[in-house]
Each structure stands twice: as structure tokens, then as C-alpha cells.
Design a protein around this ligand. Structure first.
Ligand SMILES: [Zn+2]
Length: 279
């Protein structure tokens, strides 16, 4: 039994559900944190709100959605978590009552303590509306008269935003920064499952398809270089706050989260209970 498991056994069975617009979004923003939660005994589920059926230069529709579902399931297998892909069209997501109900249902059924989602400001409308949809669910998950066939939660979860780089109307604030050095290769391994995205579609969009190495080990190393970034001063300060100066200064890889103003507002002690890796 690792020290992390011992620490966790003294607290509770934390349940985490993460929403992304596409079947790779949660992985990009939170696969490392998900791997650490899993190692600590928490239950983690990723949800893609669309089926990803528009994200490719040569495939589309049902065959693309099927390929992306298989990639998401493989990513989940590598992380030790669950992955659900909702059958809404990619590139056409709207914040409708129907999709809001899908999200309320999933948060309730997971009995979530922590809900992760994008902020509602983003270049991609699917990302933006995923942020809006989760915000719209943030109070309704505790209202029994809404979606009465699925029992309402008796306590509101903590809602957290993923990191992004958008500056308007306000920049991301790294309230929580998780050191993912110990699981960075597991995170890259999860991203590597999404072959249609990281090695085909996204490089094609960027005009860099020729840069992708053909050899599987080389392309995974290329992916790691492409998907890790330098730590800015705000994130470094947050790492030091949560881990102390020695470990906080030594961390090379991280994922950061901002506490949403909706949902329950956790104090520092509560955050440490919910995130057993912060020590
Ligand atoms: Zn996306």
C-alpha cells in the first residue's frame, strides 16, 4: 500500500466527473490528474459531450464517431477510468435543455464530488457551450423537481474549470495546481490513444502533418514535446502553495484548475481532502 493510498483511506471515496466537448478534450486538460486520482482510489469518469464526428480531414460521420469512441475507450483503459461519449454532433453543439438534462443526469448518476469543465470563453463553440451547459447544470443537480426520474444530489459538488489561455473577459486563475511529474508518461500514453486527432487531424489543421514521425515511439516523444509547456509564475506560486517550496519548485509538469463560483465553495482544508495528491 502506497503512502498515497494510506492517506486516502483516512478520507472519503472521492468521485470525479470531467466534461469535454470532444473525445480528447478531458484528456488534454486532466489526464494526469485523473491518473493520480485513480491511483488514490477515487472514481473518475470522462464525458465527451459530442461524438467527435467532424474532427478529421478525410473521415466523417458514423465511421469517424466509431473510431473516436474506440480511441476514448482505449485512453480510459490506459488511465484506469471510465469514458462516456454522448451522441451529439461535433461542431453543432448548442446549450439546449435536452443537453443540459443529459449533463444533470450524468452528474447525479455519478454522485459527483468534483465536476471539471471548460470555461465558457473559447474559440470553439463546442468548448464554449460545454462550459455553459455545465454551469447551467451546477445548481439544477440539487433541485429534485428538475429531471425527477434521477434522484437529485443532496450536496452540491465542487465545480472546477480547466486551464486555458484566453484573456477576455478575465484570464484563467490557477487556484489548484497539480504536480503530474509522476504520471506525465501515463498522460502522454492516454493522448497517444487518440491517433485520429494528435497524429492526423490536429497536425493537418496546423499544416504540420509532415512533421509527425512515422515510428510509434518517436511520435509519442514528439507528442510529449508538443503537449507540455513551461510553467508560468502564477502556476508556480500555486504549486508552491499546495506542495511547499521544495516540491513546488521542482515540479516540471502540471495541470491547473480554477474554482467556479457556482457549486459548493471549498476552503483549503476541503480541497486537500478532495485532492489527496496535494502534499
Ligand atoms: Zn475540443
Amino acid at each position: 500500500m502506497s503512502s498515497m493510498t494510506v492517506l486516502f483511506a483516512q478520507s472519503e471515496n472521492v468521485r470525479v466527473i470531467a466534461f469535454g466537448a470532444h473525445p480528447d478534450d478531458c484528456d488534454i486538460r486532466a489526464a494526469g490528474t485523473a491518473a493520480l486520482f485513480h491511483a488514490a482510489g477515487a472514481a473518475v469518469k470522462f464525458v465527451s459531450v459530442t461524438n467527435g464526428d467532424a474532427g478529421h480531414q478525410t473521415l466523417h460521420g458514423v465511421p469517424l464517431a466509431a473510431r473516436r469512441l474506440a480511441e476514448a475507450k482505449e485512453s480510459a483503459r490506459r488511465l484506469g477510468i471510465e469514458y462516456e461519449v454522448l451522441d451529439n454532433h461535433d461542431g453543432e453543439l448548442l446549450p439546449t435543455l435536452e443537453v443540459r438534462r443529459q449533463i444533470i443526469r450524468l452528474i447525479r448518476q455519478w454522485n459527483a464530488d468534483i465536476v471539471l469543465a471548460p470555461r465558457p470563453n473559447d474559440y470553439h463553440p463546442d468548448h464554449r457551450y460545454t462550459g455553459v451547459l455545465v454551469q447551467d447544470a451546477a445548481y439544477m443537480v440539487v433541485v429534485p423537481n428538475l429531471l425527477p426520474e434521477v434522484p437529485a444530489l443532496r450536496k452540491n459538488p465542487v465545480f472546477l474549470y480547466y486551464e486555458d489561455t484566453f484573456q477576455r473577459p478575465n484570464p484563467f486563475r490557477p487556484d489548484i495546481a497539480v504536480d503530474i511529474d509522476s504520471v506525465i508518461d501515463k498522460k502522454i500514453d492516454a493522448l497517444d490513444s487518440h491517433v485520429s486527432q494528435f497524429y492526423e487531424w490536429l497536425p493537418w489543421v496546423d499544416g504540420k502533418l509532415a512533421d509527425v514521425p512515422a515510428n510509434p515511439a518517436e511520435r509519442k516523444a514528439w507528442l510529449k514535446r508538443a503537449r507540455t509547456r513551461a510553467i508560468n509564475p502564477q502556476v508556480r506560486a500555486s504549486l508552491i502553495k499546495w506542495y511547499g517550496s521544495q516540491k513546488g519548485n521542482a515540479a516540471k509538469y502540471y495541470e491547473a484548475f480554477e474554482i467556479c463560483e457556482y457549486g459548493v465553495q471549498p476552503d483549503e482544508a476541503r480541497i486537500r481532502q478532495l485532492f489527496p495528491m496535494l502534499h
